[in-house]
Ligand binder design. Sequence first.
Ligand SMILES: [Zn+2]
Ligand SMILES: [Zn+2]
Ligand SMILES: [Zn+2]
Length: 745
Amino acid sequence: MQGVGFRPFVHGVAERFGLTGHVSNDAAGVVAEAEGPCEAVAGFLKALRADAPPLAVVEQVSVADLPPRGDSGFRIVGSDGSGPRRTLVSADSATCEACLAELFDPRDRRYRYPFVNCTDCGPRFTIVRDIPYDRPNTTMAGFPLCEECAREYHDPADRRFHAQPVCCPACGPRLRIVDAHGRSLGEDPVTRAAELLGSGMIVAVKGLGGYHLAADASSEAATATLRSRKHREDKPFALMVPTLEAARRLCHVDDCAAQVLTGRRRPVVLLDRRDTGDATETVADTVAPGEHRLGVMLPYTPLHHLLLRELESPIVLTSGNVSDEPIAFTDDDALTRLSDIADAFLVHDRPIHVRADDSVVSTWRGRVVPVRRSRGYAPEPVTCSHEFPRPVLACGAELKNTVCLASGRRAVLSHHIGDLKNAETLRAFTEAIEHLSRLFDIEPAVVAHDPHPDHASTRYAEGTGLDLVAVQHHHAHVAACLADGGVDGPAIGVAFDGTGYGLDGTVWGGEFLLATCATFDRVGHLAAVPMPGGEAAVRQPWRMAAAYLRSVAGADDLAVARRQGPRWELVRRLIDSRVNTPLTSSAGRLFDAVAAILGVRDTVTYEGQAAIELEQRADPHHTDGYPVGVTDDGSALVVDGPALVGAVVDDHRRGTDLGLVAARFHNGLALAIRSVCREIADRTGVRLVALSGGVFANRLLLDRTVDALEESGFTVLTHSRVPCNDGGISFGQAVVAGARDRVAR
Ligand SMILES: [Zn+2]
Ligand SMILES: [Zn+2]
Ligand SMILES: [Zn+2]
């Protein structure tokens, strides 16, 4: 990777072994010529692999003998931008310990300077305009080094040797605090911002990959104001807390979570809340209403460290946007779009070149599980076990879009782009493709896309004029899971999610695919049910209750029906008329129906809300589940979802505790998955199961399913490098395109 201090490192090692020669950085990698006694050269080679700097990844070292040249000393020579570009631009990295020490040392010339960084830390991907990664190709180009910084930059013994974003108060970017008209609000921006936050104001803060909106997390009034101004009704806000200890006061933090919280990537980590009883710190209810988990991150830029040190308490730090728009990352745009939300703007003059939202992860069984792979991860490639015969561009899903460029054995998964229904997101989509293909010098020959004819990404793919590969949504999920685990299949892919374009005119989302990375057969699915009103049923789970209950006697007397009044009857008629009522096998919609029937939620304000709340209401101490029928309709195994819902209704009518009913539903579904997998295994001998799709973000269902399958002797694959949700679709599409290319050759 470029900009991780590899050349200085090589220089240091060469000096340690008394070697002469030089090291350079071309677009293909690092080249070193070292001259000296054999043992010294051998020691040098060994140290190159063993002692590499924190942000460096040594993929391959090749060695060749050269005649001695009699050089004196060991030099670092400049970058060469010509030739093929195979080195990688690294992800942005959290402030390192050495820089933090300087930040809070009153004797240091960078004391309280919000842009302190070095070769081991700081901005990377979000400031790079082009490669090679040298200052003129970054958004630091406009800040010429002062004498002192230049000395550090050119001194091989210095921690800042060839650190491209290096700067100081004399020569680097400056912080300001302003109102929406750009007028200054004070001389000491950090202290002023802390004061404003402390008095309940909302402050827009320019971060690494875009603007955040900050508010005092303990203030009900401040967080409620932020919700209403941002038009974000229920979706939880992320928190930034000053220290790991502060995170522990709010949530349960195991070793795995502690490691990722304090690591260099610094994602938002989803953590189980402490009960209010044993929590020694609390946050306002409005932060994450009804949520058992909180999204928590630690400071990752010097500016965050300064601000949190001053406040000493958690703040809400949520993306700087209105509702579902993309996060603002240019200054003009932020001042315009956020002027109705933020009371003040904490800004600076180092431009952000690429928008990158915070990444989100959860932990499961001592492992980090990606939920949104963006800042701190992108554009680090995912290494695959096979070569891509031809370079691939994969256009991703319509929602939670990412794109993927693959070449060699590397798949470069983009930052989070968002929902492509929005015009601005669509622009970000094309920009991301162009930028990544330039940075990684990948000229795609094949374009993978969803077969949905109306998706913006499909139209983009068609417009490229390149070879097209249409990849069904759930096959992409399963292939992503297989390649994530480094296997080819065949496997029984269980893809459970909200929505994906099916190949038979119905909406898929509860699928069992007998799949390899190249092909699949749909061998099982949830029984298809009507989705009254199409998209409207996604926002109104009670409609799915009506659909699932259409043949249940006395359903109209249930509370869910009574709450809707006359609308219930209208939807029942809509179902019978089949107008604007596609059929769906979606597992997400099954969760919606059960959530509505149990009175957990009739309508949602964000994707997956009803299912998340249903999971949280389930009592995990219960392990029994409703029996679920599986039949063979001649072409596939069909899981009787309506019968499962019928069992929920019966139990609910008997007055059974909600926590128990919800648990039995989850457990029943896990057992149904096992029944189908067993039947497929009996027929095919395949005993590898890949679990993918957004529904498997549900940890209770994941736990129960993995346990049930493993008990029956299956090997189970789950995601660990790319998200199981639609953020991983582009990776899966690329994998399928590559696998088909290999088969064709
Ligand atoms: Zn540093
Ligand atoms: Zn300077
Ligand atoms: Zn999906």
